[in-house]
Design a protein around this ligand. Structure first.
Ligand code: PEP
Length: 261
């Protein structure tokens, strides 16, 4: 079974409820045209319920950008998996580099979150990636970092199937910088991630896992990135904030499927 591409927008800390409503109303009819692509919107907690409510029964998957792995209790400021499900979320970003770098999330925490999301029935989009310094630090500094991050996550997911999770390879030096990895760099890293999944969990698992690329994806470079063999879509920050540019990205994903047919 070919993997279904995903085009995922990460709004980060942007949009009021009114702005989210306007965006979602504009996106829904356009996303419906992309029949062979999963379209996901990762909204802030404050407008997630509205995005989920408006998207119910549509092609758009509403997701959160983070959560905590305990279900309830004395964790001031945190939001749990059951709370996200209650809002109508179906997916959640786990271990975005901004969470790791600015809020101290460790590989251990990311692994626990990915495990809890899968158990709860939320689709985790687990982010991995290296800094520029790590990439340049040794002949394969990228892989030293990324293999450790991926390995730690799948260690805790022994009961999961490949379709239960998504990885997003996001080189940190390419996020929000305008600097994109070349399509070959994206394929190289993502191909290696799939090889690692194959070695540790077998062919069926590795072929089921969708692996996205993220880092300054925009309408001008999406088609080339989507054309790479192992790239199953993109996680997009800046270019997902306007409906028009996000729709162009969705169309690039849809065209990548049509080209394979
Ligand atoms: C992201 O937020 O995951 C991201 C890749 O951002 P941008 O597309 O703005 O680089």
């Amino acid at each position: 079974m070919p993997r279904r591409p995903m085009m995922a927008g990460n709004w980060k800390m942007n949009k009021t409820v009114a702005e989210a409503q306007e965006y979602t109303a504009g996106l829904l009819p356009r996303a419906a045209d992309a029949e062979e692509v999963d379209v996901a919107v990762f909204a802030p907690f404050t407008c997630l319920h509205e995005v989920a409510r408006m998207s119910e029964g549509s092609a758009v998957i509403a997701g959160a950008q983070n959560f905590y792995y305990e279900d309830s209790g004395a964790f001031t400021g945190e939001v749990s998996a059951p709370m996200l499900l209650d809002l109508g979320a179906r997916a959640v970003i786990v271990g975005h580099s901004e969470r790791r770098e600015l809020f101290g999330e460790t590989d251990e925490m990311v692994a626990r979150k990915a495990r809890r999301a899968v158990q709860a029935g939320l689709l985790p989009v687990v982010c991995v990636g290296e800094t520029k310094e790590e990439r340049d630090s040794s002949p394969d500094g990228m892989w030293e970092k990324v293999s450790g991050q991926v390995g730690r996550v799948i260690e805790d997911l022994e009961d999961a199937g490949g379709e239960d999770l998504i990885f997003a390879y996001e080189p940190i030096w390419a996020i929000g910088t305008g600097e994109t990895a070349t399509p070959d760099d994206a394929q190289d890293a993502i191909g290696k991630i799939r090889d690692l999944l194959r070695e540790s969990r077998g062919e069926g698992f590795a072929e089921g896992v969708r692996i996205l690329y993220g880092g300054s994806v925009k309408p001008g470079n999406a088609a080339e990135i989507m054309a790479q063999r192992d790239v199953d879509g993109a996680l997009v920050g800046g270019a997902s904030l306007e409906v028009e540019s996000f729709v162009e990205l969705i169309e690039a994903a849809q065209n990548s499927v049509s080209r394979q047919d």
